[in-house]
Design a binder for this molecule. Structure first.
Ligand code: GRF
Length: 198
């Protein structure tokens, strides 16, 4: 059974969706460890309540490389095959990316390459786009810049607020993240230049 390491900093609804897909038998994997850089991340408490291994790995006073090294140790200790970033609000550096080549995924709430970085849904509304969405991509050394595995689009409605648009996008996040994880775990893809085929 392939082992996932989930990294989160917040409420953890994407983590919960992954856990649900596993419980329903829609995703063949197990969650080996859930890690947060924030001790009080609600997602960490949820993981504990589900009986999963949940760890706080604080980064205070550590450089990016030192923090990455710490994460790598914990992930390797738990024999993680694939790292899933699920609202993890700390940038990973080359040390981490090179330790897990093509083995770190992220979910971002925009149709990348539009609106990388923070508050993607707000950026989309402010720009006035008519379609927004979400992207699961491999993590490389840039910000939200790695090869795209899955995307889903949703319409932007005239009356949308950041909250209503985010909720519409989130439903799709929960669906495509599990799909992308299955694709990568089953090695049913290949990468041609930047294109993930599969
Ligand atoms: C999601 O919108 C995800 O796309 C972004 O951070 C948010 C995390 O939400 N990277 P949750 O903690 O998974 O509910």
């Amino acid at each position: 059974m392939k082992r996932l390491g989930v990294l989160l900093s917040g409420r953890g609804s994407n983590f919960e969706a992954i856990a649900r897909h596993i419980d329903n038998g829609q995703l063949e994997a197990e969650i080996a460890v859930v890690i947060s850089n924030l001790a009080d991340a609600p997602g960490l408490a949820t993981a504990r309540s589900l009986g999963l291994k949940a760890l706080w790995v604080g980064g205070k006073g550590l450089s990016r490389d030192q923090y990455d090294q710490r994460l790598i140790e914990v992930l390797q200790e738990h024999q993680v095959d694939l790292v899933c970033l699920a609202g993890f609000m700390r940038l990973l550096g080359p040390v981490m990316v090179q330790a897990f080549p093509e083995r770190i995924l992220n979910i971002h709430p925009s149709l990348l390459p539009a609106f990388p970085g923070l508050h993607a849904q707000r950026q989309a509304l402010e720009h006035g786009v008519k379609f927004a969405g979400c992207t699961v991509h491999f993590v490389d050394e840039g910000v939200d810049s790695g090869p795209i595995i899955r995307q889903a689009a949703v319409p932007v409605r005239d009356h949308d607020t950041e909250a209503t648009l985010s909720a519409r996008i989130l439903q799709q996040e929960h669906r495509i993240y599990a799909e992308a994880i299955a694709l990568v775990l089953n090695e049913e893809y290949r990468i041609e230049n930047r294109r993930v085929i599969g």
